[in-house]
Structure formats: structure tokens, C-alpha cells
Write a protein that binds this ligand. Structure first.
Ligand SMILES: C[S@@+](CC[C@H](N)C(=O)[O-])C[C@H]1O[C@@H](n2cnc3c(N)ncnc32)[C@H](O)[C@@H]1O
Ligand SMILES: [Zn+2]
Length: 343
């Protein structure tokens, strides 16, 4: 292809290309056309399948395998809300790496070294960034929503990090990944176990997989009292209105965690704190500042679809894919994380 000489310098898209296949026919994906380059990166152009000629536009540096117009109603509604969220809450936080390690334990930073990694539902790209810094050979963050714009901006200087817009149910990859992780995404899909299966199917034989989801256990107060509000009100109003409305519960959360949970967890080895309502989780987020706590509250209220998964259901997901050496962990006593080897 005569264009490849011109982009040899860029490497970013060049490196990404070899991982992609046609989502329609699994054919080889090639670069067909470059309309605009910036610092050697393809900003506007087109990818094309060598077998079936299916075309994939690249715009603002991001290959668009899916767009929200074509996603089903429920999926699109959820992705639209998160798209807004991650374009608004673009802040970074030094606590992200510890938080991320809590979600993917027992995985440690060294684990990423030289691995080809997939992130399902990368949001603003904070974990794609970390995976790249921890030495992944390449990491590809996938998201269905406009959050990819933020993720792209966060990773464009990082040569081993890539972002594509695609649907987790229809990923343009063969079974090539050494490791795939998905944090806080699967429970927002219309059919979580099906999304999990589709995602896990991209991990190569003997590779590893991590997933973190909301738990059903210990969250009855949410499913009972908060969910009706989320479904009926907060996921239906405009994100801008929710941004304002969510400041009230966020302020209560902020004051409670800073004035009660944090001090009590530091006092008498937390002997008293352990009796507090929802202590593990509230203590875990007590270190975050206002902006991050506001993001967390907004995040919980914005999604039209959220499932709360029981341990039994979660274990069944891993059984269904025939996972080996499965390690399931009860995170902050309100959520499940899993790690396993894919046979
Ligand atoms: C709660 S956010 C989590 C983002 C990121 N994992 C993090 O922890 O910062 C959920 C993300 O899943 C994405 N998402 C929802 N449905 C999706 C789908 N069908 N395919 C890919 N991503 C999807 C949303 O757009 C959103 O960015
Ligand atoms: Zn094709």
C-alpha cells in the first residue's frame, strides 16, 4: 500500500492496524485513505476490509467501528449518558492507580509488561493510560460512547496506547489478547453475561481476564431506594441538570466521608468504624476530593441500565466461558471482581 510509507513515522495507527480485523467478515483491515495527518497521526481517513470492502471511518484520530446512531436504543441511551459524563469529568487523580489495582486484584503493575491488552469500556481512558505506563506492549481501549474523544486526548502522546470506538458485543479483533480487563462496564449492558462472553472471546488461549461489577449483596438499599430514582428521574433528565442536582447528595457524601468515616477509620484501628453503614466502600472513597466524589455520585445516577450481580451469577459467567484458576473477590463489600485464565 503506497500510503504506508507516509505513516511509518506515526506508528500509532500503524501499530494499531495489525490488531484489527473486519467486524463483518473477519477479513484483513487496511488503510484505504488519509485525508489529514497531524504529527504523523492519522486524524481523518478511512479503513477498509480487504475481503468485503466494509469501510470504517477514522475521525479526530479515532477509528469508528460503531456509532451511537446504529446502536440499539437501550445501549445507545446508556452510552450517550456516559459519553457526556466522561467529556465533562476529565480530571485525573493520583489515587486512580490504587483504585484500579483494587478492581483488578490480584493483578499487579508488573503483570502488564509486554502484554497485548484490551480494555472493554475505557471511558475517559484513565486505565488505558495506566496499562500503557505499566509496560503493556500495546493496549487498546474500546468504548461505544463519545468518551472516546476524552480517552483519545488522554492517550494520544502514548505510543503503545490506542483508542477505538466500538461495541463490546461486536469487537473488531480475533483472539489475540494476552490480557483483557473491564471495570464498571458489564453491569451497564442490556445483557451482561452476553457482553462478558463476547469480550472474553478476544483473549487468546492461556491469556488472562479481569472483570469488576456491582454486587447484588449488601446493595439492597440501592436497588430498593436509589434505583427507582435513577430509572425514573436521574437517568432521564439532561446530564446538565443532573450535574447540578447531584451536587446535593455529593455534598452529603463528601461531608460524611471526611468528617465521620475517615477520622473514625483512623481511630482505634477502625474498631468503631467497622460498625458504620457501608464502611468499607465509604472509607475507600473518603480519600478522594470533591471533584472525584461528585463524579462517583453522578456516575451512579446517570445510567439508564444498571444490574446488581450476585456472587452466584458472577461465578456462572466464568463457568460459562470455561475459565481456569478463577479468583473471585468481594471488593469493598459491595462489588465483585474476577480474575482467571482463559482456556
Ligand atoms: C462507568 S463507565 C466506566 C469507564 C472506565 N472503565 C472507568 O472505570 O473509568 C462505563 C463505560 O462503558 C461504556 N459502554 C457502555 N456500553 C458499552 C458498549 N456496549 N460497548 C462499549 N462500551 C460501552 C460507556 O460508554 C462508559 O464509558
Ligand atoms: Zn470484511
Amino acid at each position: 500500500m503506497h500510503h504506508s510509507d507516509r505513516i511509518a513515522l506515526s506508528d500509532m495507527k500503524q501499530r494499531l492496524l495489525k490488531y484489527l480485523i473486519c467486524p463483518q467478515c473477519t477479513g484483513e483491515i487496511r488503510l484505504s485513505h488519509i485525508a489529514r495527518e497531524e504529527n504523523g497521526e492519522i486524524m481523518e481517513g478511512k479503513l477498509i476490509c480487504a475481503s468485503c470492502s466494509h469501510e470504517v471511518p477514522i475521525s479526530r484520530g479515532i477509528p469508528r467501528f460503531a456509532t451511537l446512531e446504529h446502536a440499539g436504543n437501550e445501549k445507545a441511551a446508556t452510552a450517550r449518558q456516559f459519553g457526556w459524563q466522561w467529556q465533562h469529568f476529565t480530571q485525573g487523580d493520583e489515587l486512580y492507580s490504587d483504585q484500579f489495582l483494587g478492581w483488578i486484584a490480584p493483578v499487579r503493575p508488573e503483570f502488564f509488561r509486554d502484554k497485548v491488552v484490551l480494555e472493554g469500556g475505557c471511558g475517559k481512558g484513565r486505565h488505558t493510560q495506566l496499562a500503557a505506563h505499566w509496560g503493556a506492549r500495546d493496549v487498546i481501549g474500546v468504548d461505544l460512547s463519545d468518551a472516546v474523544e476524552t480517552a483519545f486526548a488522554a492517550t494520544r502522546e502514548i505510543e503503545n496506547a490506542h483508542v477505538i470506538q466500538a461495541d463490546i458485543y461486536n469487537l473488531p479483533f480475533a483472539r489475540i489478547f494476552d490480557y483483557a480487563f473491564s471495570v464498571g462496564v458489564l453491569h451497564h449492558l442490556p445483557d451482561p453475561p452476553a457482553g462478558f462472553k463476547s469480550f472474553a472471546a478476544k483473549v487468546k488461549e492461556g491469556g488472562h481476564l479481569s472483570a469488576w461489577v456491582y454486587g447484588a449483596e449488601n446493595n439492597e438499599w440501592i436497588t430498593r431506594w436509589i434505583d427507582p430514582l435513577r430509572k425514573g428521574v436521574t437517568s432521564r433528565i439532561t446530564p446538565r441538570a443532573l450535574l447540578q442536582l447531584s451536587k446535593l447528595p455529593a455534598a452529603l457524601l463528601y461531608l460524611t466521608t471526611k468528617l465521620i468515616y475517615r477520622p473514625l477509620n483512623r481511630f482505634a484501628k477502625g474498631a468503631i468504624a467497622q460498625h458504620l453503614f457501608y464502611n468499607d466502600y465509604l472509607n475507600a472513597i473518603a480519600s478522594f476530593g470533591w471533584g472525584e466524589q461528585h463524579t462517583i455520585v453522578f456516575d451512579h445516577l446517570v445510567a439508564p441500565t444498571s444490574f446488581y450481580i450476585s456472587r452466584e451469577e458472577f461465578e456462572e459467567w466464568w463457568r460459562q466461558i470455561g475459565a481456569r484458576d478463577v479468583v473471585i473477590g468481594w471488593h469493598n463489600k459491595n462489588s465483585w471482581r474476577g480474575f482467571a485464565r482463559v482456556p
